[in-house]
Design a protein around this ligand. Structure first.
Ligand code: HEC
Length: 122
């Protein structure tokens, strides 16, 4: 191998290892929220995302509302994110994320929602 090729190979290996490392870094709860939840719940969590329209039978929960969010236990929040609205007898307009997000990502999202509402569960 010429030294130029060796250099290229080394560079390729380095780039690959970088890509592998980046892939392994988990997204933060805020990043996941903005990616998976904001289109309905809004970037700030106020239930006013672009997909929330007046013709829908129910509006996405306002995650900044302590009055609304303190009605839910931590378990309710985790269940509704994992299995969707029907798991807490709510609308199926709230989709399930149990196959998309890991248990720890869902637990972190629950923590993020508690920060947004500045509230605890009943
Ligand atoms: C397609 C739109 C949509 C997306 C995407 C969505 N939601 Fe919802 N969500 C809703 C709607 C609509 C409701 C209200 C359901 C009801 O009150 O019957 C809701 C309700 C909720 C509730 C309250 C459930 C309850 O039992 O009261 C939580 C918590 C929640 N969403 C979290 C999330 C999180 C976290 C994400 C992202 C991982 C997310 N949602 C993504 C539409 C959505």
């Amino acid at each position: 191998m010429t030294s130029k090729k060796a250099l290229l190979a080394a560079f390729a290996a380095f780039t690959l290892s970088l890509a592998a490392t980046t892939g392994a870094i988990a997204a933060t709860a805020e990043e996941n929220y903005r990616f998976y939840c904001a289109q309905c719940h809004g970037l700030e969590g106020r239930g006013d995302g672009v997909n929330a329209t007046e013709n829908q039978p129910v509006s996405p929960r306002d995650h900044t509302s302590a009055r609304e969010m303190e009605k839910l236990t931590d378990e309710d929040i985790i269940n509704s994110i994992t299995d969707g609205g029907p798991s807490t007898s709510k609308s199926s307009l709230m989709p399930p994320f149990g196959k998309t997000l890991s248990k720890s990502e869902i637990a972190e999202l629950k923590g993020y929602l508690r920060k947004l509402c500045k509230c605890k569960g009943k």
